[in-house]
Structures are given as structure tokens and as C-alpha cells.
Design a protein around this ligand. Structure first.
Ligand SMILES: *Cc1c(COP(=O)(O)O)cnc(C)c1O
Length: 418
């Protein structure tokens, strides 16, 4: 195999030939060798409407005939304006301004920069560090790498190069989180805020479900208490909903489920249904207004070339309309019920834990070796699964049929039965 393409998260010397996709429809990937695979992970969680959706295709081609791209500096256009209005409408009340970016990582970089400058503009430049959680994953660019788990995450090698942030243990997993455990987590959070509040710009978290750092699902109560403490200690609260946003935890946003409004909320992945890379970083008017001044130095100096790309905004808008019109929350509830009924009971001496939240099902194993070969095993049975670390999981497109989902679950059950 030639190695012209350097593949992601891959030891190239050991890589087997990647499967070549020629086209895809619904939940199905069609391979060059004529096999068909059900995509159980929605292409890293973004393809929530399935592939080749007529409504999204139409939105894109209609926009394409008008304009594919214009800069957002000094110019604007209906797709960017309409999407901003829609995002403000559907996110928790209080978030009222949208800054576009071109990927989840960039959306999070924007959130961190906003938080630091928010305090600088308020005359408190010492507040420039971040409090984050172990098991967190916030992206692969250098700023946000510093708020990913510094030891067990994939960026441990870069310690010393990255700014040193402050970390708390991941919140107690939901199934073990009684009021005592939550209380203990909150006391720890309170101590960190009390001790370091003067140097902290923000507390950064993936709300309710930490994803790529270990699929830790935790309680709503933790977020409610954290909101209260952040206010008390004057530290901004940033929600990274790049993965949890758009229904993945069972509500439109994890923030809705927890009934907590962050100061800054970041959306990506499913925002564009997997058609184009884009992100939206939303802020409250309280945050926004701190950047308003006669002084140009107080402006936010950021502007990715492709921010607010008309194609991305048009497809995002069509996706949100579809989400609302076709009762996606109902579809997600059905997926969750099936995962609870058929995946949750999976037992094996290799399996440490099985967890389900919304349209996410995770099998957590003791030893990552017990997942070696699962990707090929699944592909031979018509399912695209891509386990990582100790996790085999499904986060399917929301249009997945019952039959397709049961097929995914059966493959997982067969693997662990073998
Ligand atoms: C995937 C992910 C990111 C990074 O998004 P990219 O589009 O890959 O840059 C950030 N935060 C979370 C929670 C993610 O899951």
C-alpha cells in the first residue's frame, strides 16, 4: 500500500488497508469491493441525518448556485444570519451571540480566547488559566490540547509545550453517583475555584457525557452545582457540546437536559450533519458586552477564513429544520430504548461496564486487547465499528432503523460471546 495519505490516529506502519467508500445512502456505506456496511458511529458522530439526505443535498445545491463562499469580514449573507438566529432560538435562553468557526477544535479555541480576553477587558488579566476535567477531550489543536486529560489523553507527550491548566477528577459516573459522591465532587470543585479563582478564566466541560476521553456519563446535578459555584467565584463556565449537541444525550443539548445555561457554548460535528466542517461558539450578552468599547483593542481578534461559509450555514439550517420537523428527539428516545433493552444486558468477563445515554451506547472493557480485531469482525458482518482505547461504542445516525440498530448490537454481542 502506498502511504500518500497520512491517516488520523494511526500507526502507519501497522495500518491495514483502509476500506474504500464509493458512495453512501442512509446509514449504509457502499464499498469499492461491493460490500455494504451500516455506519454505527455516524462518521465520528456528525452524520446524524444519514448520508446523501435529499433535503440536505437540495439545501447545498441551491446555495451553491447563489454563492459557495464569501468572507465574513465586512460582508454578510442570509445563511449566516438565519443560522445565527436559529441557533440562538434553539439553545438555552441567555445565549445570544454566535461566532462561527470551521471545526470543533477551532470552536473551542475561540471559546478559550473569548474567556481570557473577557477578563482582560474587565481589567483582570491574571485570570487566564483554565479548570478542566480528567477524561476530557476538546480537540487536537494546541490551545485545546491543554484542556484535554493531561495524562491519560492522547496528548500527554506534549506536556511542557502546552500551557499547564488545572484538572479535577472526572465527575463520578452516573450509575455510582449518589448524593454523597456528587457532594464530594462538588466540594473538590469548590476548593479548586476558591484556591485558584483569581487566576481562572473559565471552567471547561463536556456536559453530561465526556466522549473521546473515556465516555464518562455523569449527573445533571454536578452541572447545576458547578454553575452556581462558577458564578460565586467569578469564573466563566464553558460547555463543549461539539459531541453532545444536537440530541446525542437525549435532549437537543445537554445544557437543556441539565437545565443549565453556560456562558459560552460550542457546537460542531452534527451541526452540519457531516456535510462540511463548521462550528458555532455562542456567548451570552453579558460576555459579548465586555468586548464593546471605543477602544479597538477590546475587539475580539479572530476570524477563520471559512467562518460562516454559506454552504455550511445553509446545510446546517436545513439539518436543524429536519431535526425539528421529523421529531428527532422521538427517534433518539427510540434508539435509547433499544440500546437499553439489547445492549445494556451484555455481559462478559472481558466487559467492565456497559453504558447508555441518549443515542450513545458504550461497552467499556478491562483490557484494550479484547477489542483487537473487532473492527474487522464487524466489517465482515456488515457493520462499521471503530473501537478506540478500551471502548467499543455506537453513536448511530438518528435515522437508523430498528433492524439496523439491532444488527449493530448483535455484532457487539457476538464478539463478546465468542
Ligand atoms: C470532536 C470533538 C472536538 C473537536 O472537533 P473537530 O471538528 O474534530 O476539531 C471538540 N470537542 C469535543 C467534545 C469533540 O468530541
Amino acid at each position: 500500500m502506498t502511504m500518500r495519505i497520512w491517516y488520523p490516529y494511526t500507526q502507519m506502519q501497522l495500518m491495514e488497508s483502509p476500506l474504500e467508500v464509493v458512495d453512501a445512502h442512509g446509514c449504509t456505506l457502499h464499498l469499492k469491493d461491493e460490500r455494504e456496511l451500516i455506519d454505527s458511529i455516524a462518521s465520528w458522530w456528525c452524520v446524524i441525518h444519514g448520508y446523501n439526505h435529499p433535503a440536505l443535498n437540495r439545501a447545498l445545491t441551491e446555495q451553491l448556485e447563489k454563492v459557495a463562499h464569501v468572507m465574513l469580514g465586512g460582508l454578510t449573507h442570509a445563511p449566516a444570519m438565519d443560522l445565527a438566529a436559529k441557533l440562538i432560538e434553539i439553545t438555552p435562553e441567555g445565549l445570544s451571540h454566535v461566532f462561527y468557526g470551521d471545526s470543533g477544535s477551532v470552536g473551542m479555541e475561540i471559546a478559550l480566547k473569548l474567556a481570557v480576553q473577557y477578563w482582560a477587558n474587565r481589567g483582570r488579566p491574571a485570570k487566564r488559566r483554565f479548570l478542566a476535567l480528567r477524561k476530557a477531550y476538546h480537540g487536537d489543536t494546541c490551545g485545546v490540547m491543554s484542556v484535554c486529560d493531561p495524562d491519560d489523553g492522547m496528548h500527554a507527550l506534549f506536556k511542557g509545550f502546552l500551557p499547564e491548566q488545572l484538572f479535577l477528577d472526572a465527575p463520578t459516573p452516573l450509575e455510582d453517583a449518589g448524593s454523597d459522591e456528587i457532594y464530594r465532587d462538588i466540594v473538590t470543585l469548590n476548593e479548586a475555584l476558591e484556591t485558584h479563582g483569581d487566576e481562572l478564566a473559565a471552567f471547561v466541560a463536556e456536559p453530561l457525557m465526556q466522549c473521546a476521553g473515556g465516555f464518562n456519563m455523569y449527573s445533571e446535578e454536578y452541572l447545576r452545582q458547578a454553575r452556581r459555584l462558577c458564578d460565586e467565584h467569578e469564573v466563566l463556565f464553558v460547555f463543549d457540546e461539539v459531541a453532545t449537541g444536537f440530541g446525542r444525550t437525549g435532549a437537543m443539548f445537554a445544557a437543556d437536559k441539565a437545565e443549565v445555561c453556560p456562558d459560552i457554548l460550542v457546537l460542531g460535528k452534527a451541526l452540519t450533519g457531516g456535510y462540511l466542517g463548521h462550528s458555532a461558539t455562542l456567548a451570552t450578552s453579558e460576555v459579548f458586552e465586555v468586548f464593546l468599547a471605543d477602544d479597538p483593542k477590546k475587539a475580539f481578534m479572530h476570524g477563520p477564513t471559512f467562518m460562516g461559509n454559506p454552504l455550511a450555514c445553509a446545510v446546517a439550517l436545513a439539518g436543524i429544520e429536519l431535526f425539528e420537523r421529523e421529531d428527532y428527539l422521538g427517534k433518539i428516545a427510540r434508539i435509547e430504548a433499544l440500546l437499553r433493552e439489547h445492549l445494556l444486558p451484555l455481559e462478559s468477563d472481558k466487559v467492565k461496564d456497559v453504558r447508555v445515554m441518549g443515542a450513545t451506547g458504550v461497552v467499556d472493557v478491562y483490557n484494550r486487547k479484547s477489542l483487537e480485531g473487532l473492527q474487522t469482525f464487524a466489517a465482515e458482518r456488515g457493520v462499521w465499528l471503530r473501537p478506540f482505547e478500551r471502548y467499543a461504542y455506537t453513536m448511530p445516525p438518528y435515522i437508523v432503523t430498528e433492524e439496523e440498530l439491532l444488527r449493530i448490537i448483535t455484532v457487539l454481542r457476538e464478539w463478546f460471546a465468542g
